[in-house]
Design a protein around this ligand. Structure first.
Ligand SMILES: Nc1ncnc2c1ncn2[C@@H]1O[C@H](COP(=O)(O)OP(=O)(O)OP(=O)(O)O)[C@@H](O)[C@H]1O
Ligand SMILES: [Mg+2]
Length: 348
């Protein structure tokens, strides 16, 4: 293992760390930092029965919900696991090629890629193989909550317990870390996607209005809030969609309090995951968490008032990481570069 690692660190500057997320994929290049950040979406076009990649990333996401029958915008990762391995591999290849540019031919990079802590060995092998097939000479894996914690500057190498809650698109991972290891981890299949779905179904149930996922996501990012606003109403939101009764486009108005109501179920599930993790944490580590508090990472951490709500529910200090959407990629990159984190990288 040690010789493997020293070989790894000797290599030049094109080694990469990849956060292959349900919603977004980020690529970190050694000594350069994050160089790519795009939605994990692939648009596939079928012509005469033959499938072809039409667009990947940002370009493909813009097509979501707006494609003609011959084009399908696919998210190859769902609920934090690979739903379509072939398309996922195409996506990884595309991003690696994009990062490498013209220099792609001179050698194959070594790649560190993060995997959900709850992934099975079959899923991990699938991710490894996809990265190998995409041109990696060697693939290392890192558990997502560990990467998130390193990226959030948490003291993961010390004999001190700390808790990270990474709220991604597909899953929320809750982990207690100490001495480069995960002392406890649990994963809830609730994240930003479930919040978007909750908004879609709220608007349909209460206003007979059909809206797309992209619209719901936009509303969540702009107005999403964990609890009813102090004045009981909050901001006013105009939403456009299709009327379910007569089929025509229409606009409705709802309040931010309505959004809090819509989000209460997914947010409740996240809080419940944290509660379960705390109940299962060894007493010495639990005592550390009282001092260290809980750090939130992932895009979902940016829901307004979520930190405050979690603070009230647990009685513990809660903070949001500085750049929640980048933590996992930064942490994966640091684990690749800094020997102090050796031991958190896995070969299988
Ligand atoms: N300002 C914001 N407020 C609320 N949610 C946000 C905000 N910005 C992004 N999000 C949501 O965060 C999610 C993406 O977060 P992130 O990139 O951490 O997920 P991921 O790593 O791709 O997913 P996973 O870790 O589950 O595989 C999306 O659902 C997105 O809508
Ligand atoms: Mg993630």
């Amino acid at each position: 293992m040690a010789s493997l690692m020293s070989r790894f660190f000797k290599f030049g500057s094109q080694n990469m760390a990849i956060d292959l997320g349900t919603a977004n994929t980020l690529v970190y290049v050694q000594d350069r930092g994050i160089v790519l950040n795009e939605p994990s979406v692939v648009a596939i076009e079928t012509i005469n029965g033959i499938k072809k990649v039409k667009a990947v990333g940002e370009d493909a996401k813009m097509m979501m919900g707006k494609t003609p029958d011959s084009i399908e915008a696919i998210r190859p990762l769902r609920d934090g696991v690979i739903a379509d391995i072939e398309i996922a591999e195409e996506m990884i290849k595309h991003f690696i090629r994009k990062v490498h540019g013209k220099r792609s031919l001179f050698r194959y990079p070594e790649i560190v890629i993060c995997v959900p802590s709850g992934s099975t060995s079959v899923e991990r092998r699938a991710i490894r193989d996809a990265a190998s097939n995409a041109g990696a000479s060697q693939v290392y894996l890192i558990l997502e909550p560990m990467a998130a914690a390193i990226g959030a500057d948490m003291p993961v190498t010390e004999p001190v317990g700390s808790m990270v809650v990474d709220i991604g698109g597909g899953t929320t991972e809750v982990a207690v870390l100490s001495l480069r290891g995960l002392a406890y981890t649990t994963s809830v299949r609730v994240g930003g996607d479930k919040m978007d779905e909750a908004i879609v179904s709220y608007v349909r149930r209460h206003h007979n209005l059909l809206i797309g996922d992209a619209t719901a996501e936009r509303i969540k990012k702009d107005y999403g809030i964990a609890t009813i606003p102090a004045d009981g109403i909050g901001e006013t939101i105009h939403i456009k969609g299709r009327d379910l009764v007569n089929g025509v486009p229409k606009e409705i108005t709802i309040s931010q309090a309505n959004i809090a109501e819509a989000l209460s179920e997914p947010i409740g599930a996240i809080i419940e995951g944290v509660r379960i993790a705390l109940e299962n944490t060894a007493p010495e580590l639990a005592a550390d968490i009282v001092d260290q508090g809980i750090v939130l990472t992932g895009g979902g951490a940016m829901i307004q008032g979520l930190d405050e709500y979690l603070r009230e529910e647990t009685g513990l200090p809660v903070s949001v990481a500085e750049d929640p959407l980048s933590c996992v990629a930064l942490g994966t990159g640091r684990a690749m570069e800094d020997p102090v984190y050796r031991g958190v990288l896995m070969t299988a």
